[in-house]
Design a protein around this ligand. Structure first.
Ligand SMILES: NC(=O)C1=CN([C@@H]2O[C@H](COP(=O)(O)OP(=O)(O)OC[C@H]3O[C@@H](n4cnc5c(N)ncnc54)[C@H](OP(=O)(O)O)[C@@H]3O)[C@@H](O)[C@H]2O)C=CC1
Ligand SMILES: O=C([O-])CC(=O)C(=O)O
Length: 280
């Protein structure tokens, strides 16, 4: 059902109404997202054309999965519409980011903190790596490591096991390729810090994991950081999606409506134009 035409504040279009988008749709519809109003909802069965949706909204919340994101994000940017990109794992796809980088639309990509947090701290520590010589304490070698360990119930990672097993270890970019539905946290963390080919991701399937656990450890010249998150899972998501995720979108939308920032702002032209897979 399209609700294009409603007025008041930031006009929000919603792409995908599943475990994540369903909560956002309910909150938007009930007027619980300050400064935002629903302006169009796209389900996989909706006949509304992209042009019709995009001409009536200020921001598109994508919560429909990687395939839908690939189709919609370039169109939204070209139409000058900002996108809150829940399926940010697509930003690990070099062909896709080159397509974004080559576009000249004015829409922006905003990555919500999603199922984790602390991206501001990790981003600050990562950013300091670009400091001029002599600006970091002790002038130690300017290096950092970031490791994300995600533990989920086995079905959420597509395996069966009666004991905890490591199912993946590799870069955030590879994680996004192999686990497109469950590596968005890894990609957001990597974009905020030291990059998709540098962040190490470990995925553990644990039959005792009733909740999802994300543990981030970062070591940098500025300090040692550790953030552990234990999330309830969204009903109906099979354990893949943490229930806090739509609330991170709410926070981001309210910040946008109020005119100040939240989430991770990605500039495709700057961030991806020179991206190469074998960067070291
Ligand atoms: N950034 C983060 O931290 C997190 C990101 N995510 C990501 O967010 C996305 C949504 O997650 P979740 O809500 O759990 O997924 P769901 O599968 O529950 O919901 C996705 C919804 O999108 C719909 N959909 C699929 N294709 C289209 C399309 N082309 N147009 C419109 N609607 C479409 C589906 O409808 P239908 O069933 O009819 O196809 C479904 O209702 C996923 O990519 C997930 O990986 C999830 C958790 C955390
Ligand atoms: O990163 C993702 O795609 C989803 C995830 O792990 C979570 O919701 O906890």
């Amino acid at each position: 059902m399209s609700t294009i035409g409603m007025t008041g504040g930031l006009r929000v279009g919603l792409l995908g109404v599943g475990a994540l988008g369903g909560t956002i749709a309910d909150l938007l519809g009930a007027g619980h997202i300050a400064g935002c109003s629903p302006a169009g909802t796209i389900r996989s069965t909706t006949a509304l054309s992209p042009a019709d949706l995009l001409s009536g909204i200020d921001v598109l919340v994508e919560s429909a999965g990687a395939q839908a994101a690939r189709a919609w994000v370039p169109r939204a940017i070209a139409a000058g519409v900002d996108v809150v990109l829940c399926s940010c794992g697509v930003l690990a796809d070099l062909d896709f980011t080159r397509e974004l980088a080559d576009g000249d639309g004015t829409g922006r990509v905003l990555v919500p903190s999603g199922a984790i947090g602390g991206l501001d701290l990790f981003a600050a520590a990562g950013r300091a790596l670009s400091a001029p010589a002599g600006r970091l304490a002790g002038d130690r070698p300017v290096r950092a490591s970031v490791v994300l360990t995600t533990t989920k119930r086995p079905s959420a990672l597509g395996v069966e096991t009666d004991r905890p097993i490591e199912v993946f270890r590799g870069s955030a970019r590879s994680a996004a390729r192999e686990y497109p539905r469950t590596a968005n946290v890894a990609v957001a963390l990597a974009l905020a810090t030291i990059g998709l080919d540098e962040v190490t991701v470990v995925m553990v399937a644990d039959p005792a994991a009733a909740r999802t656990r994300h543990l981030v450890t970062m070591s940098s010249p500025l300090g040692e950081y550790e953030l552990g998150v234990t999330n309830a899972v969204a009903p109906g998501s099979g354990g893949r999606t943490s229930a806090v995720t739509p609330w991170s979108v709410v926070t981001l939308l309210e910040s946008l409506a109020a005119g100040h920032g939240a989430g991770l702002l990605v500039h495709p032209a700057n961030d991806f134009r020179h991206d190469t897979e074998d960067r070291t």
